[in-house]
Design a protein around this ligand. Structure first.
Ligand SMILES: Nc1nc2c(ncn2[C@@H]2O[C@H](COP(=O)(O)OP(=O)(O)OP(=O)(O)O)[C@@H](O)[C@H]2O)c(=O)[nH]1
Ligand SMILES: [Mg+2]
Length: 440
């Protein structure tokens, strides 16, 4: 696809920086490089050049890289300028280059959008690229990396081919039914394969919860009676004074949250208001929020003061939980109710490491049950569910004419094709590319 306009943006991070990378893509690229740098360097060879404004004023000295179409990120002629990462240097280059007719500033995600429209990447890969750029933890990075490489796309393309093949065979059966050319056993093999596929898709959809844990974090909520030591544990885990701690019951009113990186896994810890009856207006709102957070969590830590135990009612909670006895430093090690899974002291640090290990183990356990390739967006899950719905209609419709069952297979393949963008997705593009920053 040929775009009329050439686009330019700062593709590297915040200025000032040691080096800034400006990226240019489109039909005017050669002309711009010639104008600014005097000549176009050999393809893909970093070349030291002086960058000048069209009027001849020196802008900076830097490395120029030229990637001729179609072997570039966008599939168009692309150039990159690696220049000194000063605000004024970059502003001057942006200003001078966009003053050249046919060149303008790029919109967010526009380079990637061109790459997609030129078939350099499919939609799932572009989404994975956005995830890779936003990845904070090692697990997020690995997950995004494998999807950007095409693992997820390959899975869907393989499934789509199977659906298309099945439909072709079923239609052949319709066409040649009279001639008896397509033996019934072929059709039955096809339906067996489709039943397997339906199971695979169903299992894959279930893996989305693991993808959510990788991407959004394993959600841990700290619950307990007022003064149980929730905020103290929260601060110990956050390794900073993130929450106010006082000896007054009812200190915490809102839900506070910190993200932890436990050996490359993202874990979200929430501190909550102490649960008790007869609280005032503000505190009651806090308690409702605490309960809601508990219900939405993957794991709840139920804290209880070992010195002054005030058990809380948790019958409304159906989430995995760990009971934690607190303020261990105030009791003799053998004292206190021995019914807690863990006993900690935030004062001495006793028991905190084992508790963290347990949280990490539980997070890993939730990820292990899922396969290697997971749907990475709700968008994928919705389309996979549609696909599965049509596939199941085709499978269960043995009392329907074959034409109708073949049509269900076609719709299933169509829905799957919309995930990677093999099937018309014009309406989706704005949503997807809005996830990117400028220069990507
Ligand atoms: N000795 C000792 N005191 C602790 C420990 N953990 C918390 N405390 C004290 O217990 C009191 C309550 O601690 P917080 O962490 O604010 O308790 P909380 O559960 O967040 O209380 P609310 O927000 O009011 O529900 C404070 O005075 C803390 O200093 C501990 O491990 N050892
Ligand atoms: Mg608190």
């Amino acid at each position: 696809m040929i775009f009329g306009e050439t686009i330019l943006a700062l593709s590297s991070g915040r200025l000032p920086a040691g080096v800034a990378v400006l990226r240019l893509s489109g039909p005017q690229t050669r002309f711009v490089v010639e104008t600014i740098c005097g000549s176009v360097p050999p393809p893909r060879k970093a070349t030291l050049q002086i960058l000048r404004s069209p009027a001849g004023e020196i802008l900076d000295r830097g490395l120029t890289l030229f990637f001729p179409a179609p072997h570039s990120f966008t599939g168009e002629d692309v150039a990159e300028f690696q220049v000194h990462g000063g605000q004024a240097v970059v502003s001057a280059i942006l200003r001078e280059v966009t003053a050249i007719p046919g060149v303008r500033h790029a919109e967010p995600g526009e380079f990637t959008r061109r790459a997609f429209l030129n078939g350099r990447l499919d939609l799932v890969q572009t989404e994975a690229l956005a995830d890779l750029i936003n990845a904070d933890t090692e697990a997020q990075r690995r997950f995004a990396q494998s999807n950007a490489d095409g693992a997820q796309s390959m899975l869907y393309n393989g499934w789509r081919q199977r659906l298309i093949h099945a439909r072709a065979m079923i239609e052949a059966e319709i066409d040649f039914a009279d001639e008896g050319d397509v033996p019934g056993s072929v059709a039955s093999a096809i339906w067996t394969d489709m039943a397997t596929l339906a199971e695979d898709i169903g299992g894959h959809i279930k893996g989305f919860s693991a993808a959510e844990i990788i991407q959004d974090g394993f959600k841990v909520a700290i619950l307990g009676a007022p003064n149980a030591g929730k905020s103290s544990l929260f601060n110990a885990l956050a390794r900073r004074e993130a929450a106010i701690v006082t000896d007054e019951p009812g200190t915490t009113r809102d839900v506070l949250e910190v993200a932890l990186d436990l050996d490359g896994l993202k874990v979200m810890i929430a501190d909550t208001a102490g649960l008790r009856e007869g609280a005032g207006k503000v505190e009651s709102i806090g308690i409702e929020k605490a309960k809601a957070r508990g219900k939405a969590a993957d794991l709840v830590l139920v804290l209880e003061d070992l010195v002054d135990p005030q058990p809380i009612d948790t019958h409304w909670l159906s989430v995995d939980r760990i009971t934690v006895g607190t303020k261990l430093d105030l009791v003799e090690a053998h004292e206190g109710r021995a019914c807690h899974d863990f006993r900690i002291s935030t004062l001495t640090g006793a028991g905190i490491e084992p508790l963290l290990n347990e949280i990490r183990k539980r997070t890993e356990a939730r990820l292990k049950v899922a396969g290697d390739i997971l749907p990475s967006r709700l968008r994928h899950v919705e389309l996979l569910e549609d696909t599965l719905g049509h596939l199941r209609n085709a499978l269960s419709g043995s009392h329907h004419p074959l034409e109708i069952r073949a049509e269900e297979l076609r719709m299933a393949a169509d829905r799957l094709g919309r995930i990677t963008g093999a099937i018309d997705v014009e309406d989706l593009l704005d949503v997807i590319f809005a996830q990117f920053c400028i220069g990507k």
